[in-house]
Design a protein around this ligand. Structure first.
Ligand SMILES: Cc1cc2nc3c(=O)[nH]c(=O)nc-3n(C[C@H](O)[C@H](O)[C@H](O)COP(=O)(O)O)c2cc1C
Length: 447
């Protein structure tokens, strides 16, 4: 019997980077109309998706030319808002699909996030996941009192401490509730204990002042893919979020995570990766590939520059006329920013010593920022073949976070109408939900 995949649907970019007006998108409704999200939730649940997921960022991209103007003019990674109220709204019109929300441990306080996740887990009946990110975005950092990005290693030190505090807070109230009407006893004092945490970044007394939530702890997700990022992930993730990259790199990443898990004393068999997967499916392969072309017309080139600069913390408007990818990587790293996928991908494709012009880089940048280059498009059969190959090559654990659609709700409807039935026919995806919580849904991968 083949192993089944987990599938998430990533709503991070549905209203941004030009997608909001592409044919197939809502007309007369704009972000953040709550009814759009309710419709998404109903469609995703009809397709038995494991979860609806959103990344997040808390600043308007301002790294490109040191200004927010380009981002505001073209809607580059803007506007956004905290997705947690929208996840509550989506949970009220569904019963099974889970929800993944993103907070940056670099900026947030663990007591607040632990308490919020507990509340969300209650409201959704145990359907929450927390995606914890370090963030590479100067615009976000600037809103939380930082003049520069915290050094890469320190961001992960803070993340590990942040999650340790959250876990201890969630555990600080396990089994606490009594609710005995006859005696009036509400809680068991022996089960509610301070955590007395004093670390490098946080000092938290605890305990949490909430009842324990249905899942006890939310599902924990982490996306950073550097060796330091994987080391942090290996400490705590239930499922990793993998960057979309070529299959050989994914296989390498899977092996690196397995090694990190073993070093942390954990069994790699129990930890899946959900690979970020921009994917368009339509009734025919030709139709899907035709729709993919729309990606190239969504934003102008400077919009792509704003997108890339924001995500790396490096101003690509300052690129010299000619440079090697290796030198660019070094310069980005020297400024405490993070080499984004595009630089890795170009180095992998052309070789790190390859020389490029600024114009060549930005041309490629448009294809990268719009996800044109990495979006798979095809018939249900072609896309199911593609997913099965990647799933098996990376150890048949986890699955995919399908996202970056061209237009919503059209792309999600097509996934549910064409791709999901094909995966179900192959025994690769569930026909119905069996579990109550997200943890149970994610574990439902065998017949
Ligand atoms: C698939 C993926 C998704 C990410 N999503 C977010 C996000 O939603 N918000 C954010 O601030 N950072 C996000 N990040 C950035 C990571 O948290 C991290 O800062 C970045 O990958 C650099 O760390 P690394 O060098 O370990 O990869 C994401 C990264 C990856 C690979």
């Amino acid at each position: 019997m083949p192993k089944r995949m987990n599938l998430g649907f990533d709503v991070s970019y549905i209203a941004m980077d030009g997608r909001w007006r592409t044919p197939g998108s809502w007309v007369g409704r704009t972000f953040p109309d709550v009814e759009m999200y309710e419709e998404i939730a109903r469609i995703a649940e009809r397709g038995c998706f494991d979860l609806i997921f959103s990344g997040d960022g808390t600043g308007i991209p301002s790294t490109w030319e040191g200004s927010t103007d380009t981002a505001v003019e073209w809607g580059i990674t803007w506007p956004r808002q905290d997705l947690n109220p929208l996840m509550v709204a989506m949970s009220r019109v569904t019963r099974h699909v889970g929800f993944g929300i993103t907070y940056a441990s670099t900026f947030m306080h663990p007591y607040y996030v632990a308490r919020l996740m507990n509340s969300l887990d209650h409201i959704t009946g145990g359907r929450m996941a927390l995606n914890v990110v370090t963030s590479t975005r100067l615009a976000d950092a600037a809103n939380f009192g930082f003049d520069a990005l915290m050094e890469h290693g320190a961001r992960y030190d803070r993340m590990e401490e942040f999650i340790e505090v959250c876990q201890r807070l969630w555990d600080s109230v396990q089994g606490a509730m009594v609710w005995d009407r006859a005696t009036g006893q509400v809680g068991d004092p022996a089960k509610v204990r301070p955590i007395d945490h004093e670390g490098r970044f946080f000092k938290v007394k605890g305990p949490l002042n909430t009842p324990p939530s249905p899942q006890g702890r939310p599902i924990l997700v982490q996306a950073g893919g550097s060796p330091r990022g994987l080391k942090a992930a290996a400490q705590f993730v239930d499922v990793a979020f993998g960057e979309n990259m070529s299959l050989d790199l994914q296989v390498r990443q899977r092996a690196s995570l397995d090694q990190a898990l073993l070093a942390a004393g954990r069994d790699p068999a129990g930890v899946g990766i959900l690979w970020q997967k921009p994917l368009i499916v339509a009734e025919t392969g030709e139709e899907a590939r035709r729709r993919r072309e729309a990606l190239l017309t969504m934003i102008p080139r400077e919009g792509a520059g704003a997108y890339l600069s924001h995500n790396s913390g490096y101003d690509f408007a300052r690129l010299p006329p000619r440079f090697t990818l290796q030198a660019l990587n070094e310069e980005i790293a020297a400024s405490h920013a993070t080499p984004v996928g595009i630089v890795h991908q170009l180095a992998h494709r052309f070789g790190a010593s390859t020389e490029m012009t600024r114009e060549e880089f930005l041309d490629y940048g448009l294809r990268y920022a719009t996800h044109y280059e990495t979006t798979e498009a095809g018939s249900a059969k072609e896309m199911a073949d593609h997913l099965e190959e990647a799933f098996e090559a990376t150890g048949s654990r986890g699955g995919f976070m399908i996202g970056h659609p061209v237009a919503m709700p059209r792309d999600l409807v097509d996934l549910v109408d064409f791709l999901i039935p094909e995966l179900q026919r192959r025994g690769r995806f569930r026909h119905r939900y069996t579990g109550a919580t997200l943890r149970e849904t994610l574990a439902d991968t065998l017949d």
